[in-house]
Design a protein around this ligand. Structure first.
Ligand code: KIV
Length: 261
């Protein structure tokens, strides 16, 4: 097992929490690495927070590879996760394998895909052939057109049982991590206790082994963020103020300063 992943498993066993954040380019990945995050996710959320689309469905494999390359260059010491985008893996294990290889070659350590027990054969196929897979269950944004909105999952008994079974089947198939998105805290705690691989929660309460946040939510770069995200700074306002000052300085002649020669 990859030394860094073995460390994650050890930390799960010892109750030590890990922090993951998304990044999509070199400078943000560097900030994250320098801040000491344990994992960087090159998420297909880039379709929404970087390109401004309403969902993640338009993101391509080539775009993911491009952004993964930028992040991997800055991510020494922490694990790089990259998302398989919609339409690049659902047809079956071989399609998933081909797409995963592209992201691996771009610098990812772990490849994330969305879906429950139906993806277990794909996870097993890739895991048996040397690819670290992170499964993503609960609110899986790539299914938004089927669901009609970004809905919390696992909120009734039937759906909670299904998610618990999904997590077990994916871990059994060889997934190295399981992301739990927008599920009740108690369910996330139960799944985290039940499976041996680290869980990474987002909107899933404090009891998962790790947390992940979208960088643009954490830094307050977008107009709004999901209710579970914490905006550690209002980065958008700080940047806007700096840009406005620059515009003012150019207009008033304060920038650039007059030089002697
Ligand atoms: O694409 C992404 O950023 C994600 C996280 C929200 C888990 O999948």
């Amino acid at each position: 097992m990859h030394k860094k992943i073995a460390r994650w498993v050890q930390d799960k066993q010892n109750g030590i929490k890990r922090a993951v954040v998304t990044a999509y380019d070199y400078p943000f990945a560097r900030f994250a690495t320098e801040a000491g995050v344990h994992g960087i996710l090159v998420g297909d959320s880039l379709g929404m927070v970087v390109t401004g689309a309403d969902d993640t469905l338009g993101v391509t494999l080539e775009q993911m590879a491009y952004h993964t390359q930028m992040v991997a260059r800055a991510a020494a010491g922490c694990l790089v996760f990259a998302d398989l985008p919609f339409g690049t893996y659902e047809k079956g294990p071989k399609q998933a394998w081909n797409a995963a290889v592209t992201l691996l070659r771009a610098g990812a350590d772990v490849i994330k895909l969305e879906g429950g027990a139906e993806m277990a054969p794909t996870v097993a196929f890739c895991a048996e052939r040397g690819i670290n897979i992170c499964a993503h269950i609960g609110l899986t944004p790539q299914r938004v057109r089927q669901w009609g909105s970004f809905q919390r999952q696992g909120t009734n008994v039937e759906s909670a049982c299904r998610l618990q079974m999904d997590a077990g089947a994916l871990a059994e198939a060889g997934a190295r991590f399981v992301v739990l998105e927008a599920v009740p805290d108690a369910l996330a705690a139960r799944i985290t206790r039940d499976i041996a691989v680290p869980t990474i929660g987002i909107g899933a309460g404090p009891d998962t082994d790790a947390q992940v946040l979208v960088m643009h939510d954490l830094l307050g770069l977008g107009a709004d963020s999901p209710p579970f995200a914490r905006r550690y700074i209002e980065g958008g306002r700080i940047m806007r103020d700096a840009l406005a000052e620059y515009v003012q300085d150019v207009g008033s002649g304060h920038f650039p300063p007059r030089r002697k020669c």
